[in-house]
Design a protein around this ligand. Structure first.
Ligand SMILES: Cc1cc2nc3c(=O)[nH]c(=O)nc-3n(C[C@H](O)[C@H](O)[C@H](O)COP(=O)(O)O)c2cc1C
Length: 237
């Protein structure tokens, strides 16, 4: 066999090996790119909208509508609705909620350094509206609504029995941001109605209909549009 024949065979083997190696190594980036081709419906040749500047305006959508539970200094339970809420840290798990000093809840949370986050589903909308309109300064909102306060297991704050998801939070720090004080609450325990869990003990979102808030209006209804776990194996928040 002459030299060039040997070289050709070696080249052919190298190309074959490269082709075989490349066959299974579809990178997450490539997978996402191929997904774009399948799911993107934006026609780039259509009209491109001009962005209009609105200055300092809250255009965040969607926002959550949570109901925050706390005891006042005499141990009377209170609830208020809060949209200025978010997950703030993963380890340890912390959430944040921002309250105005004018709210009764602000002073209740300061008195006990604890609160609960009660996550409503759409069927509980009237309670969310009520808790966001009236103040614990003027009434006992549990008595007025007929909701049941339950003393938390781990923190000195009441949760609402009728709400499907509850976080028991201990205040670890707070920040004065201007109009609001942002309370950071470490989640000591999260509780959920059995009925929302599937056989593997995971939350079944098909059974939960959360309230979505934005621009002073409440919305509901979720459609699954993508399962991120099927595209990229691990998402780090
Ligand atoms: C949808 C919604 C979201 C609200 N979000 C907040 C909030 O994030 N922070 C806040 O201080 N007040 C918020 N409010 C207003 C309080 O819920 C309201 O002032 C309430 O009466 C306070 O109750 P309290 O005085 O018993 O604490 C919200 C009200 C509604 C209806």
């Amino acid at each position: 066999m002459n030299k060039s024949k040997i070289l050709n065979i070696i080249m052919a083997i190298i190309i074959l090996v490269l082709l075989l190696a490349g066959r299974d190594s579809v990178t997450p980036a490539a997978r996402i790119k191929s997904l774009f081709k399948k799911t993107t419906h934006v026609n780039t040749s259509e009209k491109v909208y001009t962005k209009r500047s609105l200055g300092e305006k809250n255009l965040v959508f969607p926002e959550p509508a949570m109901v925050i539970g706390s005891y006042d200094k005499d141990g009377v339970p209170n609830i208020m609705t809060a949209a200025w809420f978010g997950v703030a840290n993963s380890k340890p798990l912390k959430v944040s909620v921002s309250l105005r000093p004018a709210t009764y809840s602000y002073h209740c949370i300061m008195a006990n350094m604890a609160f609960t986050v009660n996550v409503p589903d759409a069927s509980l909308i009237s309670y969310v509206t009520f808790a966001g309109k009236y103040s614990g300064k003027d009434m006992n909102k549990f008595e007025e609504t007929g909701l049941t306060p339950v003393k938390s297991e781990y923190v000195n704050a009441p949760y609402i029995k009728e709400f499907p998801i509850v976080l028991e939070c201990k205040v670890t720090e707070y920040h004065d941001l201007g109009s609001h004080r942002q309370f950071i609450g470490q989640v000591i325990d999260a509780k959920i109605d059995d009925r929302l869990l599937n056989e593997d003990g995971e939350v079944d979102m098909d059974l939960f209909n959360p309230i979505i808030y934005g621009q002073g209006k409440y919305y509901s209804g979720l459609d699954l549009i993508q399962n991120i776990n099927e595209i990229v194996p691990k998402v780090k928040n």
